[in-house]
Design a binder for this molecule. Structure first.
Ligand code: AMP
Length: 437
C-alpha cells in the first residue's frame, strides 16, 4: 500500500475519469454562456463568521461539518461549505450593485464539509451554481429554474422532475412552524434526538431530516402519523408570497418545464424566502439530491448589505457524475490524436514536426528512441486516429507516410501539405458522422 493516501472523504480524479468531468464542465460553461451569465471565482476559504451567518449558526453544516481553522495570524477562517455566501460577500465588497441592478452569476469549484463519507457524500466535493442578484421578480425564479433544468438536459438527463415549494416569509413560516409542531406533537418522543431538538428550535428542519427513524415517522410507517394530514406551507402563505408562487409556476409552464409541488421541501433559515426547489435522481438512493436552490431575499442584508433580493441554485457535480455512470453513459472520447513515429535516421527531426503539428492537432510521440514497432503499439494504445511515420526514404524526398488507423490504409504526403493530408483523413470521419445523423 502506498505510504500516503488522499485524505478520507477526498478523491483524486485521474486520467480516464477526468475526461468526463471536463465534459460536464464544458457543457455547463456552454449553457451559462447561452444564458448570458458571468463567471465569478471566490476564495476557497473565508472568514468563519461569513458562513456562520449565511448557513445559520445552529445549522448542521456550521455545527458539525465546517472545516474551521486558525491561520498563522490567528484569523478565524473556514473552508467554504457552499458557494452562495462567498458570491454575496464579493457582490458587496466590490459594490457590484453600482454596476447594474441585476447580476447573473455562476461559479464552479470544490466545497468542503466534514460529514461521514459514503457514496455520493464526500468531504471535498464539487458544486456548480448560479445566482441572480438584484430582483424579486418571479420571472427570475423561473429563469434560474429553467437554467437549472437546461444544465441537466445538456448533461443528458431526460426525465428528472423539479420539485418546488414556497417557504413564504419569516412571518408566514412562523405560523406554519406552529402548525407543524402541533402535527408532530404525538410522535415528538419517537423522533431522533436531533429532530426533537429541532422541534423546539426550528420545527421546519424536522422535514429536512435524513435520519431513518424520522423518515419512517414522516412517511407514516412508524408512530401512526398520517402523512396526508401533514400541514402544508402553501396553506399558510401570505397573499404576496402566494401570488409570487403562482406567477413562478405559470412562468415555468410557459417555458414547458414540468414541476411538482413537494410540501416537504423547506428551508429553515430566516433569510430564505418564497421559492424553494430541488431535483432528485431516485437511482442514487439515500444521497439522491442532485441539486437545489431557492430565493434568499434576506441573505445580503444578513451579511451587512442593503436589502437585496436573490435567487440561485447549486448542483453537486460528484452526484451528477455518479448518476451518469449508473445510467451507463460511455466515456466521452477525446478527439483523435495524431501519433508521430520516427526511425533511427529521422528521430532528430521528429520534435520540430511534432511541435509544428501541435499548433493544430493533439499530437503524441515517443520520448525514448524505441523501435518503430513499439511506437506503433503506443499509437494503438492512445487510440491515435492517424500515425505519421517519418520513414528515411520518404524523408529524403520531403515526404511522410500517413497511416489511417481506422482503415489501415497508408498514403504518402508532401511535408508542405501535411495538414491538408491529415485533414482529409479526419474529414472522412466528419462525412461519416453527418451521414449517420
Ligand atoms: P446544499 O448546498 O446542501 O443544498 O447542496 C447542494 C448540492 O450539493 C446537493 O444537492 C448535493 O448534490 C451536493 N452535495 C452536498 N453535500 C455534498 C457532499 N458532502 N458530497 C457530495 N455532494 C454534496
Amino acid at each position: 500500500m502506498a505510504r500516503f493516501q488522499a485524505p478520507r472523504g477526498t478523491r483524486d480524479l485521474i486520467p480516464g475519469e477526468i475526461e468526463r468531468w471536463q465534459w460536464v464542465e464544458a457543457m455547463a460553461r456552454d449553457v451559462f454562456d447561452r444564458y448570458c451569465y458571468d463567471e465569478i471565482r471566490t476564495p476557497m476559504f473565508e472568514d468563519y463568521e461569513l458562513f456562520a451567518r449565511s448557513s445559520g449558526e445552529a445549522s448542521e453544516v456550521v455545527q458539525k461539518e465546517m472545516y474551521r481553522f486558525k491561520d498563522q495570524g490567528d484569523r478565524d477562517l473556514a473552508l467554504r461549505p457552499e458557494g452562495t455566501a462567498g458570491v454575496c460577500r464579493a457582490y458587496l465588497e466590490h459594490g457590484l450593485a453600482s454596476r447594474g441592478r441585476v447580476h447573473r452569476l455562476w461559479y464552479m469549484g470544490p466545497m468542503f464539509r466534514y460529514g461521514r463519507p459514503q457514496k455520493g457524500r464526500y468531504r471535498q466535493f464539487w458544486q456548480i451554481g448560479a445566482e441572480i442578484i438584484g430582483t424579486p421578480a418571479p420571472r427570475a425564479d423561473a429563469e434560474i429554474i429553467a437554467l437549472f433544468v437546461d444544465l441537466f438536459e445538456a448533461w443528458g438527463f431526460e426525465d428528472l422532475v423539479v420539485m418546488v415549494n414556497s417557504v413564504g416569509t419569516v412571518e408566514s413560516r412562523q405560523a406554519y412552524a406552529d402548525r407543524l409542531k402541533d402535527w408532530l406533537a404525538p410522535v415528538a418522543k419517537l423522533l431522533s434526538p436531533e429532530s426533537q431538538e429541532r422541534l423546539t428550535r426550528n420545527p421546519l428542519r424536522v422535514l429536512d431530516s435524513k435520519h431513518p427513524t424520522d423518515l419512517a415517522i414522516l412517511a407514516g410507517k412508524q408512530g401512526g402519523l398520517d402523512p396526508s394530514t401533514m400541514p402544508h406551507m402553501l396553506d399558510e402563505l401570505d397573499a404576496e408570497s402566494r401570488e409570487h408562487f403562482e406567477a413562478v409556476r405559470s412562468e415555468l409552464e410557459s417555458v414547458e418545464i414540468n414541476s411538482e409541488i413537494d410540501h416537504g421541501l423547506v428551508r429553515g433559515l430566516d433569510y430564505y424566502t418564497r421559492t424553494a426547489f430541488e431535483v432528485h435522481d431516485r437511482s442514487l438512493g439515500a444521497q439522491s439530491a442532485l441539486g437545489g436552490g431557492g430565493r434568499y431575499d434576506g441573505l445580503i442584508e444578513e451579511l451587512g448589505g442593503p436589502a437585496t433580493p436573490g435567487v440561485g441554485f447549486s448542483i453537486g457535480v460528484d452526484r451528477v457524475l455518479l448518476a451518469m455512470e449508473s445510467r451507463g453513459d460511455t466515456l466521452v472520447k477525446k478527439a483523435g490524436t495524431i501519433f508521430v513515429a520516427s526511425t533511427e535516421g529521422t528521430r532528430p527531426a521528429a520534435p520540430a514536426i511534432v511541435r509544428a503539428l501541435r499548433a493544430v492537432y493533439a499530437v503524441d510521440h515517443d520520448l525514448e528512441a524505441r523501435s518503430l514497432s513499439s511506437q506503433m503499439k503506443s499509437a494503438d494504445k492512445v487510440e491515435a486516429r492517424v500515425v505519421m511515420i517519418l520513414g528515411e526514404d520518404e524523408w529524403k524526398q520531403g515526404q511522410v507516410v500517413l497511416r489511417d488507423m481506422k482503415t489501415g490504409s497508408q498514403t504518402t504526403a508532401n511535408l508542405d501539405e501535411m495538414v491538408e493530408s491529415i485533414d482529409r483523413i479526419l474529414g472522412s470521419d466528419r462525412e461519416v458522422e453527418s451521414e449517420e445523423e
